[in-house]
Design a protein around this ligand. Structure first.
Ligand SMILES: [Zn+2]
Ligand SMILES: [Zn+2]
Length: 122
C-alpha cells in the first residue's frame, strides 16, 4: 500500500529527498519553475515536488489536478507549511490594519501577513 493518505498535504522535501522511494511516476518536469509533477501509481494522487535548489527549502504537496499544478505558486505552499508547522489557525483576528483573516496559532498575524510582512518563514 502507498502512504499518500498518511502524508500531510504539504511537507518539506525535494526531488533528491522525499519519502516516496522512487515509487512515483514523473509526469512533468519544469526546471524553469523548479517543479516536478508526479503521480502515485497506486492511488493516483498527484504530488508536486520541488527540484532541489541550494539554500532553499523545498516542498512536496498534494495537488488536486494537473491544471492546478500548472498555475501553482509554490510560495503559497511554503506559507501553508509554516501554518501547518505552527499548528494551524487560531480564532484571533490578524492585527494588521483592516485585515480580517484568522491568525496563525501563537502569532498575532494571519498567514500572509506573518509570512510576507513579518518575515516568519517557518
Ligand atoms: Zn498513493
Ligand atoms: Zn492579516
Amino acid at each position: 500500500m502507498c502512504q499518500c493518505n498518511q502524508l500531510p498535504n504539504v511537507f518539506l522535501g525535494n526531488d533528491e529527498s522525499h519519502p516516496f522511494d522512487d515509487t512515483l511516476e514523473e509526469l512533468e518536469w519544469a526546471p524553469q519553475r523548479w517543479a516536478t509533477l508526479n503521480r502515485c501509481p497506486e492511488c493516483g494522487q498527484l504530488w508536486h515536488i520541488d527540484i532541489a535548489k541550494q539554500n532553499d527549502i523545498g516542498v512536496c504537496a498534494k495537488i488536486p489536478s494537473r491544471e492546478v499544478w500548472h498555475q501553482l505558486d509554490t510560495t503559497n505552499l511554503k506559507v501553508q507549511l509554516m501554518v501547518q508547522n505552527r499548528g494551524g489557525l487560531s480564532d484571533d483576528t490578524c492585527q494588521w490594519k483592516q485585515c480580517e483573516e484568522k491568525c496563525v496559532k501563537g502569532l498575532a498575524f494571519c498567514p500572509s501577513h506573518a509570512y510576507f510582512e513579518m518575515d516568519i518563514k517557518q
